[in-house]
Design a protein around this ligand. Structure first.
Ligand code: ADP
Ligand code: MG
Length: 437
């Protein structure tokens, strides 16, 4: 793999005029994408990811700083790059083939050559047989494939993808990720580098060689995480999980290392099992969403209690849960969302569940239960058996409530399932699972 720098972003700042004030969307960003690299830009909504893609591809000139492409300053739209957006705008009155060919027409590729290249790409993205179909006849995943084919038709050296899978259902998204990776890894496309924007941490770890983590206010780069796993990658492998966890930890905040006391697992001699805060996930989500709307994602805890008409005791439990999960930090009576909390608040339901799952897997109480489930016959546990084990650590009325909370959180995160009638706890089936929400 060659190591030549394809893109160099140096000291890029983007200001936008908003009314009388000037708003800094991204500040002093430095970033290099090398030949052969697949880089992801990850961060909360509004941290300037799309802005950076536009600047890198030359669609927009930064207020300060510069972009070099193969050592040359980018002036105007960079002809060696293409962006694929979340929902690719296909022309509804053109067929699949015509939609791909139109990109080549703009480049004045002769007719026969256009047809040949379009047909080959349609085949390569797996749409063979749909050449004459119209966009309305295709599923969301297939339409996005046409988008990829169109982007690749012009054989860009630098392929930029702005949340390309986020409008798709889970299964289509996963198959399209694998398809794109296959094309990329096999060298089936002339693309030299891919720069992809995403919210989804597992997607980033699944696909990229390097994750550039951003934060906002102002938008900036806060970390660079190398993903040195061979393809194909497996979501459930320990190495994969480790990198996911590292990225989460970065997003969960520089201000909040792992000092949050997570306690020990039940039954550890001399240990102390930390109880889960007694809250509902709906309420937790509600608070995080509200915080995401506040200036600087910060609120005074007691004002927040008033506003949400929650009693302060309950609100404190909510903030405790938010802190335990790395979604917020507390200081001087204020609660502030971490970038992870913000990502959670703004994510769709399935991404939320994924984030939640990664966070609760860190808690000794869940690790303990999952270990027991793994060791149990058929990976099932009776509620009563689990309860008895918990009663060794908690008074019985608390143990009962804790078990309910574990089940509620675990179910939400899809890491375990519970059958109410037989009162049996079991492990959730393998991901990916279609969201029922
Ligand atoms: P992201 O893609 O990470 O969600 P964007 O790059 O779209 O972030 O936006 C970064 C910030 O800049 C946001 O606060 C957004 O509202 C603001 N912004 C983006 N484009 C403009 C614009 N043309 N004018 C004013 N503000 C903008
Ligand atoms: Mg964006």
């Amino acid at each position: 793999m060659s190591k030549e720098a394809l893109v160099k972003v140096r000291g890029v700042t983007q200001k936008y005029a908003t009314g009388r004030k000037e708003f800094i969307a991204v500040r002093d960003v430095n970033l290099t994408v090398k030949d052969g690299e697949f880089v992801v830009l990850l961060g909360p909504s509004g941290c300037g990811k799309s802005t950076l893609l536009r600047i890198i591809t030359g669609l927009q000139k930064p207020s300060e700083g510069r972009v070099l492409y193969r050592g040359q300053p980018v002036v105007g739209v960079n002809p060696h790059s293409t962006i694929v957006f979340q929902t690719f705008a296909l022309f509804p009155w053109l067929t699949v083939q015509q939609n791909v060919e139109i990109a080549l027409k703009a480049q004045e590729v002769p007719h026969a050559e256009r047809t040949r290249r379009a047909l080959e790409l349609i085949d390569r993205v797996g749409l063979d047989g749909f050449e004459t179909a119209y966009p309305r006849e295709l599923s969301g995943g297939m339409r996005q494939k046409v988008g990829f084919a169109r982007a690749m038709a012009v054989e860009p050296e630098l392929l930029c993808l702005d949340e390309p899978f986020s409008a798709l259902d889970v299964l289509s998204a996963q198959s399209l990720r694998s398809d794109l990776l296959e094309l990329w890894v096999s060298g089936g496309i002339p693309t030299k580098a891919i720069l992809m924007v995403t919210h989804n941490i597992e997607e980033a770890v699944f696909m990229s060689d390097r994750i550039v983590v951003m934060d906002k206010d102002p938008g900036r780069v806060v970390a660079d995480v190398i993903v040195d796993l061979p393809h194909p990658r497996h979501y459930k492998s320990p190495k994969f999980a480790k990198i996911v966890d590292r990225v989460y930890a970065t997003l969960a905040g520089q201000t909040q290392p792992e000092h949050i006391e997570v306690g020990t697992a039940p039954g550890v001699p001399g240990g102390r099992t930390r109880a889960l805060p007694d809250i509902t996930i709906d309420n937790l989500t509600g608070v995080l969403e509200r915080l995401a709307e506040m200036p600087n994602d910060t609120a005074d805890i007691f004002r927040l209690a008033e506003e949400l008409r929650a009693d302060s005791d309950y609100l404190l439990r909510l903030t405790e849960a938010a802190e335990l999960l790395g979604f917020a930090t507390l200081a001087q009576g204020d609660i502030t969302l971490t970038p992870l909390g913000e990502t959670f608040a703004e994510a769709r339901i399935l991404t939320r569940k994924e984030i939640f799952a990664t966070r609760i897997r860190r808690l000794p109480l869940f690790q303990w239960l999952l270990r027991m489930l793994d060791a149990a016959d058929n990976n099932q546990l009776e509620r009563d058996v689990t309860l008895v084990a918990l009663q060794l650590d908690f008074p019985s009325y608390i143990a009962k409530r804790q078990l309910d909370l574990i089940i509620e959180w675990g179910r939400y995160a899809k890491i375990l399932e519970y059958d109410d009638s037989s009162e049996i706890i079991f492990r959730e089936a393998a991901i990916p699972v279609e969201s029922k929400a």
